[in-house]
Design a protein around this ligand. Structure first.
Ligand code: ZN
Ligand code: ZN
Length: 263
């Protein structure tokens, strides 16, 4: 499996991805909003985009479908429950479906509600797994839930699916928000040395060359994976005294999400 991350440079800070078969050069474009950039990137690599995947129905992920489809005749896939809202979908996806790219690439569809209730993540079946996670999981953060989502569902997705993937899994989110998210982690947990170190790099990096984190790293730098950390809980109680001394992980997650909305 070959992967190319395409940095949009737009104000929404979108990341697009091309996932290609090394034998056939066929490629899948993930959330190709700035579709001409994706097309250019594919041409530079000698790849042919034959499929488009939308992780969810928001326009900043689907807005490039029509242009890219017209240019390539690629087939578009998205969560079956989002197909009617997106329009022009050729394949509605369900949990466990496999997307094949060329002869060698297989991507498993995870049904990951929370940011919206019809959101898929793609998990590669490769020696080092890769997770294309749209607006569910960001580097050092979690997607918001105020445009069709539910924080309780997002917690369940994190706890029952994402946290159980191998620590070596590489994380490919739909937007670049690393520095801002690390600042939130450090506001929750000022002594988090891993987050401090990465923030030093993130403030100076060119987003086009931003670090690709792993799930193992996320568990150290992402407050939304650190729900039983005593400092995280103590700091959260300052904002929400009603959660008590020993809140369950779901309560911590939901309140962290609420705090992040106005942070
Ligand atoms: Zn979204
Ligand atoms: Zn988005």
């Amino acid at each position: 499996m070959l992967t190319e991350r395409v940095w949009s440079g737009n104000s929404l800070r979108n990341f697009h991805y091309l996932i290609a078969c090394p034998e056939t050069g066929e490629a899948l474009a993930v959330d190709p909003l700035e579709w001409r950039m994706c097309l250019d990137a594919a041409r530079r690599r000698g790849w042919e985009i034959t499929q488009i995947l939308n992780t969810h129905e928001h326009a900043d992920h689907t807005g490039g479908n029509a242009g890219l489809k017209a240019a390539t005749q690629a087939k578009v896939a998205a969560h079956a429950g989002a197909a009617a809202r997106i329009g022009g979908i050729d394949r509605g996806l369900h949990k466990g479906d496999v997307i094949k790219v060329g002869r060698t690439v297989e991507l498993e569809c995870l049904d990951t509600p929370g940011h919206t209730m019809t959101h898929v993540c793609l998990l590669s079946h490769t020696e080092t797994p890769a997770l294309f996670c749209g607006d569910t999981l960001f580097n050092a953060g979690a997607g918001n839930c105020y445009n069709g989502g539910q924080p309780e569902a997002l917690y369940d997705t994190f706890a029952s699916q994402l946290a159980r993937l191998p620590d070596s899994t590489r994380v490919y989110p739909g937007h670049e928000y690393l520095a801002r998210n690390l600042e939130f982690t450090l506001d929750r947990e000022p002594g988090n040395e891993d987050a401090q170190r990465l923030l030093g790099e993130a403030r100076h990096h060119d987003p086009a060359k931003a670090t690709v984190t792993t799930l193992g790293e996320e568990k150290r730098i992402n407050a939304f994976f650190r729900l039983q950390n005593p400092t995280v809980i103590a700091r959260l109680r300052e904002a929400f005294p009603d959660i008590g001394e020993r809140p369950d992980p779901k309560t911590v997650f939901v309140r962290l999400r609420e705090l992040r909305n106005r942070w």
